[in-house]
Design a protein around this ligand. Structure first.
Ligand code: BMP
Length: 278
């Protein structure tokens, strides 16, 4: 089990460049914190990224919520990614037939595959959602996360659906680097023949993380970094409103955002150090 291995050691268990980049970035920056920047104005979006950049391994985007999107946003995002050394994850949640997701991933206004190291997909269409996205993403060195579980109340992604997502991932390990999930996935039964090299390492990124809140008014459910990283063996905490609140425009207090990012980074990293026993 990779449960007690360091992030850096685990990079050797991956052939996918995006997986290696993420694990090395976590180790280099001593941060398993990802910030989800769900803001609708480009100026707020870029400001928050610049402020939290030093504390994160990854920035998660919903690029389609920007009201004033222009291709220049992507150039600015790339510059910030280089400046602060973080990985970019567009949380697109693809969920269509292979041909359609390949077009959505490569084309349109956002051209996600050209700039996002990692994206994700719902396993609901079956394996063709992976092969469709891989046809675009693999040649570019991109990686995919499958949504094996969700943080929301009443989620249907449970039980055999979750287990089947893990089996789908195992059959496409060159492109599927891990899961959006609420716990590690090693418990899902495997036969030795499905692991030809005897090694399986999936990276678990976990949203629904807050130190103060237990949920919102729209079904979100939160747990603390310690619960997520130490008790449930997840690898990366994804935090949105816990770090920037509702603050946008004049209400955006960058000093406060930096303090929160620092606090979540410390919480997440200390929980990891406890887990690996150092
Ligand atoms: P917040 O920390 O503000 O609740 O934001 C959580 C982020 O993670 C949102 O961008 C949401 O789309 C995403 N997310 C989630 O909350 N639960 C999931 O199961 C999957 C997600 O992608």
């Amino acid at each position: 089990s990779s449960h007690r291995k360091s992030y850096g050691q685990r990079a050797a268990d991956h052939s996918n460049p995006a997986a290696q980049l993420l694990l090395h970035t976590i180790e280099r920056k001593k941060s398993n914190l990802a910030v989800s920047v769900d803001l609708t104005k480009t100026s707020d979006f870029l400001k928050v990224i610049d402020v939290v950049g030093p504390y994160v391994c990854l920035i998660k985007t919903h690029i389609d919520i920007l009201e004033d999107f222009t291709p220049d946003v992507i150039e600015r995002l790339k510059l910030l990614s280089a400046k602060h050394d973080f990985v970019v994850f567009e949380d697109r949640k693809f969920a269509d037939i292979g041909n359609t997701v390949a077009l959505q991933y490569s084309s349109g206004v956002h051209k996600i595959a050209s700039w996002s190291h990692i994206t994700n997909a719902h396993p609901v269409p079956g394996p063709s959602v992976i092969t469709g996205l891989a046809s675009v993403g693999l040649p570019l060195g991109r990686g995919l996360l499958l949504l094996a579980q969700m943080s929301t109340e009443g989620s249907l992604a449970t039980g055999s659906y979750t287990d089947d997502a893990v089996r789908m991932a195992r059959a496409h390990r060159e492109f599927v680097i891990g899961f959006i999930a609420q716990r590690r996935m090693d418990h899902v039964g495997t036969s030795p023949s499905s692991l030809p090299d005897g090694v399986e390492d999936f990276i678990i990124l976990t949203p629904g993380v807050s130190l103060e809140m237990s949920g919102d008014s729209m079904g979100q459910q939160y747990r603390t970094p310690e619960k997520v990283i130490l008790e449930n063996g997840c690898d990366v905490i994804i935090v949105g409103r816990g770090i920037y609140g509702k603050g946008t425009g004049d209400a955006l207090d960058v000093g406060c955002v930096a303090l929160q990012a620092e606090k979540y980074r410390t919480e997440g990293w200390n929980a990891y150090l406890k887990r690996i026993g150092s």
